[in-house]
Design a protein around this ligand. Structure first.
Ligand SMILES: Nc1ncnc2c1ncn2[C@@H]1O[C@H](COP(=O)(O)OP(=O)(O)OP(=O)(O)O)[C@@H](O)[C@H]1O
Length: 369
């Protein structure tokens, strides 16, 4: 799958800008703040229907405008595919494929597999459990529509159950039978999601360990552990047991929305005990494992975005990464870096064709190849 052309209108700092890409490697270079990451983010937007860095759509619109448009021309399985994401302030965002509007965003998810490696991935280690749940949900959802739809239904039911608990508290009342309807639905959806996550983490761990061995170049023992209240008992029991607590809290305190992933190095949480280098290697391996998984599931090589990656790695790791990228595993790659020479020197080591886009400040937003 190849992104041939990209046009941006009023997307973040770009008022109007078009790019024609190489099938292999594309590098965006330039000073801090010229918009290198924003181009990668626009490409991410075309795959996921939202920004990786700022999910608030109105904040992705150029300050001087009230709408943005991202237009991507792809080639996938020998077919041309045109994807357009449009957003006007105070209106709903739209995604079109070959001129036809998607009724549901979720129908688009997984159509253009893509993986981003970025310094912002650090959130996966340092932030709360929601970030890690979103990470696995996003991977599974790309190849499993039933999972995505069930997750949407679970979250809707959860919101309804929480509203009911609030209503009980506000009106000093309780109705066990209505609550039971929600419990039943949550149990059905939640049990399905739990079993999918469990299977996924088992499979993903193996892929991850292979990648980690190569990226870290070390023999550190790492693991990803799936943490869930459902390991001990089924969701129906959990909901019944926690009813008094839920009534007091006015929200649902048990379920798969409390699941987490534990990232360990040498049997200790990497968040607290991993060095910065170990954390970086762990995150890159995590993302490359995501790449492998999506590739296996979809049968196409996902687009790979490497944001600011050379800056964060020592020479050894950069050369390991280039070695990897040089293999046939990867398809089209987009790289951002502040140093033109560094990027060119690294890329020249690969035997791939490449295109270099030098981004400049607003007054001359053209680029040179
Ligand atoms: N909605 C917006 N409207 C206009 N400009 C925006 C908007 N959102 C972000 N920007 C601008 O985009 C620029 C940041 O772009 P980006 O993060 O892509 O830079 P970069 O080239 O990757 O920089 P660095 O090398 O520091 O990572 C900033 O100058 C910021 O002010």
């Amino acid at each position: 799958m190849i992104l041939k052309q990209l046009s941006l209108v009023n997307y973040k700092n770009f008022e109007s800008k078009s790019f024609t890409f190489s099938d292999k490697i594309n590098c965006f270079v330039g000073n801090n703040g010229v918009g290198k990451t924003n181009v990668l983010d626009a490409i991410y937007h075309l795959s996921y229907g939202k920004s990786y860095f700022n999910p608030v759509a109105s904040q992705n619109v150029n300050h001087s405008a009230d709408f943005f448009m991202i237009d991507g021309a792809y080639e996938k399985n020998d077919r041309s595919e045109k994807i357009i994401v449009g957003y006007k302030k105070n209106q709903k965002k739209t995604i079109k494929r070959n001129g036809k509007l998607y009724e549901r965003f979720s129908d688009h998810i997984g159509f253009l597999p893509l993986v981003i490696v970025s310094p912002a991935d650090r959130d996966l280690i340092i932030e709360g459990s929601e970030t890690r749940r979103k990470f696995i949900d996003s991977i599974i959802s790309q190849s499993d529509k039933e999972y995505l739809n069930t997750l949407i239904k679970y979250n809707k039911t959860l919101a309804q159950r929480n509203s009911l608990l609030k209503y009980f508290a506000a009106n000093n009342t309780f109705d066990a039978s209505t609550l039971e309807v929600y419990n039943e639905q949550l149990t059905n959806y939640g049990t399905f999601i739990y079993s999918k996550r469990k299977m996924f983490v088992e499979l993903f761990n193996t892929i991850f360990l292979n990648r980690h061995k190569v990226v870290s170049g070390a023999n550190e023992k790492t693991s990803i552990i799936y943490k869930s209240q459902l390991h001990d008992t089924n969701l129906d029991n959990l909901l019944t047991q926690s009813i008094n607590k839920d009534k007091a809290l006015q929200y649902t305190s048990v379920g798969i929305h409390k699941d987490d992933l534990v990232f360990n190095i040498e049997n200790h949480p990497i968040k607290r005990f991993g060095s910065q280098g170990q954390q970086k290697s762990f995150l890159i391996a995590l993302k490359l494992a995501q790449f492998d998984f999506l590739k296996n599931e979809s049968g196409v090589r996902p687009i790979l975005l490497l944001d600011d990656i050379f800056d964060k790695l020592d020479e050894n790791r950069v050369s390991q990464l280039i070695h990897l990228v040089n293999g046939n595993d990867f398809g089209q790659i987009f790289i951002s870096d502040t140093h033109k020479e560094r990027t060119e020197n690294i890329i020249k080591e690969t035997e791939k064709t490449y295109e270099l886009f030098q981004l400049k400040q607003k007054e001359n937003q053209g680029y040179e190849n």
